[in-house]
Design a binder for this molecule. Structure first.
Ligand SMILES: [Zn+2]
Length: 204
């Protein structure tokens, strides 16, 4: 896998140098970007195919709260009329579903430029219910965000990890006042200090 990835990266570099559009990265049906995530495809109307980071650099994670259950988030993201989806949904018990590949642009931030540069993570629960945000949820989400910071080489700080409410022009308030940013940043940074786990595409 490492050799193939290297060759692909080298070809991509050559194409960029030659002014050619990015080559479509070979995709495996059902593949996930985060080890252990459950693949549940969002309806293609809720995202746009891209070749990130070759066409758009990724330098933000946008934190969302569903205002509903994990199941309700999966349901609307599979609905072609919903006009939105996030890359990931994290359940109260720490289970993670991936609905859109990180290569692709998911419609989650309500701002085109921010959709193109970010990964969106939804969390089961409600902004006005502090009990929504469990220990298992924070741990799983922090692991996921640390993986994203590693994959795209940006730091785990409040400039790069933002709430939906902080997206320019956002009319949403999530993740709300009970989302503990200090705790979250601590957990993400602790994850980043651990040795990286192998690529999720290598099945064990
Ligand atoms: Zn949101």
């Amino acid at each position: 896998m490492a050799a193939g990835t290297g060759a692909f990266a080298a070809r991509s570099e050559l194409r960029r140098w030659a002014g050619l559009p990015p080559e479509a990265e070979p995709r495996t049906p059902g593949a996930v970007d985060q080890r252990g995530a459950q693949w549940v495809a969002a309806d293609p109307a809720n995202w746009r195919r891209a070749e990130r980071p070759a066409d758009y650099a990724i330098d933000r994670v946008v934190i969302h709260v569903v205002q509903g259950s994990f199941a309700s988030a999966l349901k609307v993201f599979q609905d072609p009329w919903h006009a939105a989806a996030a890359h990931y949904v994290v359940r109260k018990d720490g289970h993670v579903a991936q609905l859109v590949r990180e290569l692709d642009v998911a419609f989650h931030a309500g701002n085109r430029a921010y959709n193109e540069r970010s990964i969106g993570i939804e969390h089961e629960g409600f902004v006005d219910r502090p009990e929504s945000f469990t220990r298992a949820m924070y741990a799983a989400s922090a692991r996921l965000t640390a993986g994203i910071c590693r994959r795209y080489g940006f730091p785990a700080d409040r400039e790069h990890l933002i709430g939906h409410v902080e997206v320019p022009g956002a009319d949403h308030t999530d993740p709300g006042p009970y989302w503990d940013w200090d705790r979250y940043l601590r957990l993400v940074r602790a994850e980043l200090r651990r040795p990286p786990s192998p690529s999720p595409h290598v099945s064990g």
